[in-house]
Design a protein around this ligand. Structure first.
Ligand code: FES
Length: 152
């Protein structure tokens, strides 16, 4: 899979060709070959358009995300690993490891971990061993009630 930075560069390139909205999304997904492509130009809660765009909105009452109500658990949504790191805090990082680009990052024992070669990262994305020395791209999270927003 592609690192997030490469995804963004492709998106910007396609935008520069004058593609917009649904056309841009269709071309972007087809060109990138992503199995779980996210429309980065739309609010996922409002797929018909509008919204603030570039964010994931997770309802923690939804069966898909109730794991995030317990500290130490995580979910993976559209290539983003989202973890409950404490009673009041979440962390979100790319699933793509900075070591050799494997899409194998998970949350384990209070830190992010890549099973491919053992890279370790803290909850702010900082590398904790030599394999993880390049760190991980992180995303801002904010919780309002039972709605978690991840800003991409
Ligand atoms: S690709 Fe993640 S540790 Fe090597």
């Amino acid at each position: 899979m592609l690192p997030m930075i490469e995804k963004m560069n492709r998106m910007e390139f396609l935008k520069s060709l004058g593609l917009k909205g649904a056309s841009l999304f269709a071309v972007y997904c087809a060109a990138s070959g992503l199995s779980s492509c996210v429309n980065e130009s739309m609010d996922p809660t409002n797929p018909t358009g509008g919204g603030t765009g570039n964010e994931l909105i997770l309802d923690l009452n939804s069966a898909s995300y109730t794991k995030l109500n317990s500290v130490g658990n995580y979910v993976i949504v559209s290539g983003i690993v989202i973890a409950r790191v404490s009673t009041s805090a979440f962390a979100a990082v790319t699933q793509v490891c900075s070591h050799e680009g494997r899409r194998q990052v998970v949350f384990n024992a209070g830190e992010f971990y890549c099973a491919a070669h053992g890279a370790r990262f803290d909850t702010s994305g900082k590398g904790l061993n030599s394999t993880g020395s390049k760190g991980l791209k992180t995303y801002l999270t904010s919780l309002q009630g039972t709605t978690l927003k991840v800003t991409l």
